[in-house]
Ligand binder design. Structure first.
Ligand code: SAH
Ligand code: SF4
Ligand code: F3S
Length: 439
C-alpha cells in the first residue's frame, strides 16, 4: 500500500510555501497526501511563533498525538518551522513531548528527506536545527496547491529587528534569491498555466540589497511583467520605510502588477513606532499613502496594526486612529501585542493590561470596518475582473475569487470557471467582501 502524509501548517504565507516544498519532497519519495491525519504514515506540523496563541495551538496539537500514536505506533511525527528555531521550545519537546520523532528548523528544510530516511532506519528520534543559513537552496520541488496561482518566495529572513517581533530570530538574516532563479521559476509556472504569482518576503521592498549586482525590487517587477502567459503579479509584505518611488512607479506602469499593497504600519504614533524600531513617523505614513494613491489609480492598500505595545498611551492610540482615518485602508489585520520572549519588547517594563488591549482592539476594528464598508460600497454595480479560485466553504453554489486589486468576491458562476479570469458584476457589498454574479 502507498505510504501517506499529512502536513499541518500554521503561520504566514512563507510557511505555507515551505509546506508546499515539503509536500513536493514527500511526493518525490513516493508518498501520497491524505486528509485523514490519524491514519497518515508521516505527519508534519509546520509551526509559527509570531504570537503566543500560535505556540499554544501547536502544543495542544502535539498533546493529541499521544493518543493517536498509541493507535498507530509506526506513524512518524515531525515538527518543523519557526518555533523550532527557539532552543527553549526544542528543549520542551525533548523533555515533555516524547511522541515527536523528528525535529528540524527553517534553515534545513531541504534536509527533510535525509532526516526521514535516517529516522526510519534507526527508529531513534532525531533533532537537527541549524542556526542560520547564508545561502538560498534552489531547486526544491514545490507542490503548488493550485495550478493557476502560486506563491514564489523571493527572499528569506529579515534584518529589521522590530522590537516586538520574533521573525528575525526564527528566519535568520535577509537573503535574496538571484533574479534569474525567480524569473525562471515564474516562467516555468506560467508555461504550465499559472496566471497569478504572489512574491513573498518579510520585506519585499528591500529585495536585492545583498545581491552582488545592482538589482532591486522594481527591476524584478519590471522583468516579471514580461513573462508570457502570466496575468497577475502580487507581492507581500511591504515595509513602509523601504518602499521607493521606483517601486511605486513600477506598480503604476506594469500592467500585470496588481495595484494592491500590503503596507504594514503597526502603529500611527511616532513615539510607539520609535519604540518598535520601525524607523518612520506618523507624518511619513500619511504622506506615503497620499503619494501612492495619487500615483496608482484604484489601488487597494491594506495594513497590519498592533495595539497595546508596551507604553502605548490613549493618546498614542488616538494617533493610530487618526492615521487610519487619513489613510483609509481598505482592510487591516489587527493584533493585540503579544509578548515574545527573546525580543526587546518582552522585557520593557511598561506592559499594557489585557483589558486595555481588548478595548483598543474593539475600537480599532470598529473604525476600520466602517471605512472598509464605505470603500467597498463604491464597487456596487461595477463589473470587475475576477480570478475564480474555488467554491465557497459554506455554500458550494457560490464561488470565490479576487479582483485585480485584491478584493475578495463571492459570486454565482459555473464551477468550470475555476482557474479563469472572468467579469463579475457587483450587486452587494459589506466590510469584508463584494458579492455579485458572472456577466
Ligand atoms: N514582515 C511583515 C510582518 C510579519 S509578522 C512586516 O513587517 O510587515 C505579521 C504581523 O504580525 C506583523 O505585521 C505584526 O502586525 C504582527 N506581529 C508580529 N509580532 C507580533 C507580536 N509580538 N504581537 C502582536 N502582533 C505581532
Ligand atoms: Fe518582524 Fe519587523 Fe521583520 Fe516584519 S520587518 S518580520 S515585523 S522584524
Ligand atoms: Fe510565523 Fe514564522 Fe511566518 S513566526 S508568521 S511562520 S515567518
Amino acid at each position: 500500500m502507498e505510504k501517506t502524509y499529512k502536513i499541518m501548517t500554521f503561520g504566514c504565507q512563507m510557511n505555507a510555501n515551505d509546506s508546499e516544498k515539503l509536500s513536493g519532497l514527500l511526493k518525490q519519495m513516493g508518498y501520497v497526501p491524505t486528509e485523514d491525519t490519524e491514519s497518515a504514515d508521516v505527519v508534519i506540523i509546520n509551526t509559527c511563533s509570531v504570537r503566543e496563541n500560535a505556540d499554544v495551538r501547536v502544543y495542544g496539537n502535539l498533546g493529541a498525538f499521544k493518543a493517536i500514536k498509541r493507535k498507530k505506533p509506526d506513524m512518524v511525527l515531525a515538527v518543523c518551522g519557526c518555533m523550532m528555531q527557539q532552543p527553549e521550545i526544542v528543549d520542551a519537546i525533548r523533555k515533555r513531548y516524547k511522541q515527536v520523532d523528528l525535529v528540524f528548523g527553517t534553515h534545513n528544510l531541504h534536509r527533510f528527506p535525509q532526516l526521514l530516511m535516517n529516522y526510519l532506519q534507526s527508529n531513534e528520534r532525531l533533532i537537527e536545527v541549524w542556526d542560520d543559513n547564508p545561502e538560498v537552496i534552489e531547486g526544491l520541488p514545490v507542490d503548488h496547491k493550485y495550478d493557476f496561482k502560486s506563491y514564489v518566495t523571493i527572499m528569506n529572513g529579515c534584518n529589521n529587528f522590530c522590537t516586538y517581533c520574533i521573525v528575525p530570530y526564527t528566519r535568520g538574516r535577509e537573503v535574496s534569491r538571484e533574479p534569474e532563479a525567480i524569473i525562471d521559476e515564474v516562467t516555468a509556472l506560467a508555461q504550465k498555466g499559472c496566471l497569478e504569482v504572489t512574491l513573498l518576503g518579510q520585506n519585499v521592498n528591500s529585495y536585492g540589497m545583498n545581491l552582488k549586482q545592482t538589482y532591486r525590487f522594481a527591476d524584478l517587477l519590471r522583468d516579471l511583467n514580461e513573462v508570457a502567459g502570466l496575468r497577475r503579479i502580487r507581492f507581500m509584505t511591504s515595509h513602509p520605510k523601504d518602499i521607493s518611488d521606483e517601486v511605486i512607479d513600477a506598480i503604476a506602469r506594469c500592467d500585470k502588477v496588481c495595484p494592491s499593497i500590503h503596507l504594514a504600519i503597526q502603529s500611527g504614533s511616532t513615539a510607539i513606532l520609535k519604540a518598535m524600531n520601525r524607523r518612520y513617523t506618523k507624518e511619513y505614513i500619511m504622506d506615503l499613502v497620499d503619494k501612492i494613491r495619487a500615483k496608482i489609480p484604484d489601488v487597494v492598500i491594506t495594513t497590519d496594526i498592533i495595539v497595546g505595545f508596551p507604553g502605548e498611551t490613549e493618546s498614542d492610540f488616538q494617533d493610530t486612529l487618526e492615521v487610519i482615518e487619513h489613510c483609509r485602508f481598505d482592510a487591516a489585520f489587527t493584533f493585540m501585542y503579544s509578548k515574545r520572549s527573546g525580543t526587546p519588547a518582552a522585557t520593557m517594563d511598561n506592559q499594557i493590561e489585557d483589558a486595555i488591549k481588548h478595548d483598543r482592539l474593539n475600537r480599532l476594528m470598529a473604525t476600520i470596518n466602517a471605512i472598509s464598508w464605505d470603500i467597498n460600497q463604491a464597487y456596487r454595480d461595477r463589473v470587475v475582473e475576477v480570478l475564480v479560485e474555488e467554491q465557497s466553504k459554506n455554500n458550494p453554489d457560490r464561488l470565490t475569487g479576487r479582483t485585480f486589486n485584491g478584493k475578495l468576491v463571492n459570486f454565482t458562476a459555473g464551477v468550470q470557471s475555476i482557474g479563469e479570469i472572468i467579469p463579475v458584476k457587483i450587486l452587494e457589498t459589506n466590510s469584508f467582501s463584494l458579492k455579485g454574479e458572472a456577466v
